[in-house]
Design a protein around this ligand. Structure first.
Ligand code: ATP
Ligand code: MG
Length: 183
């Protein structure tokens, strides 16, 4: 199965994000049920390795934190813009969770992730997007900032690649501990 570790988003936030979609002819917008933040892409693994991955993720200890989405940008490959995304405000807690996931997965036998962590929510694939409209979208929405939301779990997703959009299934949710009491 094809796996990745990520954060899902609460529905009111998904609905808020979905209001941004539109206005770029040729863009393939991600359906709101697919919005997520990838913490670590795993890829194809055998069933026994999936079990080992679940085992190490279940043993991971981390705390809840607040997450804020804001800003938009694009990823490019070979000089062409390939995807449009909503940014994630970096926080120590997010980075800490991501590094704990990475450490856990290496303990489960995965090769280290070489790519730098670049948290984002993919809004659209851009294969054939009109460049001027895309630029206007980025400019118009760059100041977008969502209300902070609590992150109370992270998720092991499986992904089935499809023609229109991939179908993600939340296989396991791993709960995060309450924040340490102040004082
Ligand atoms: P599609 O591939 O059909 O466009 P998708 O990218 O949403 O759909 P997956 O390829 O299964 O579905 O990827 C799941 C998640 O992992 C997505 O957030 C994707 O951006 C991310 N991802 C996929 N491949 C990699 C990779 N090689 N390195 C890092 N992240 C990846
Ligand atoms: Mg993909």
């Amino acid at each position: 199965m094809r796996l990745f570790v990520g954060l899902d988003l609460p529905w009111p936030l998904r609905e808020r994000i979905a209001l941004l979609a539109g206005g770029i002819p040729g863009a393939r917008w991600v359906p709101p049920e697919n919005y997520h933040i990838t913490l670590r892409f795993i890829g194809e693994v055998a069933a026994h390795q999936a079990e080992e991955i679940d085992h190490v993720l279940a043993a991971l200890r981390a705390r809840r934190f607040m997450l804020t989405l804001g800003g938009v940008g694009t990823f490019s490959r070979a000089g062409r813009e390939t995807s449009l995304w909503l940014g994630v405000e970096r926080s120590q807690q997010l980075d800490l969770l991501q590094s704990k996931v990475e450490t856990a997965l290496q303990r489960a036998g995965l090769e280290p992730e070489r790519r730098r962590f670049a948290p984002h929510v993919t809004l659209a694939r851009l294969d054939n997007a009109a460049p001027a409209k895309l630029a206007a979208f980025v400019q118009a929405n760059n100041l977008f900032r969502a209300d902070p939301v609590p992150v109370e779990h992270f998720t092991l997703f499986s992904s089935r690649l499809g023609k229109e959009a991939s179908a993600y299934t939340a296989e396991v949710e791993y709960h995060l501990a309450a924040p340490a009491a102040a004082g």
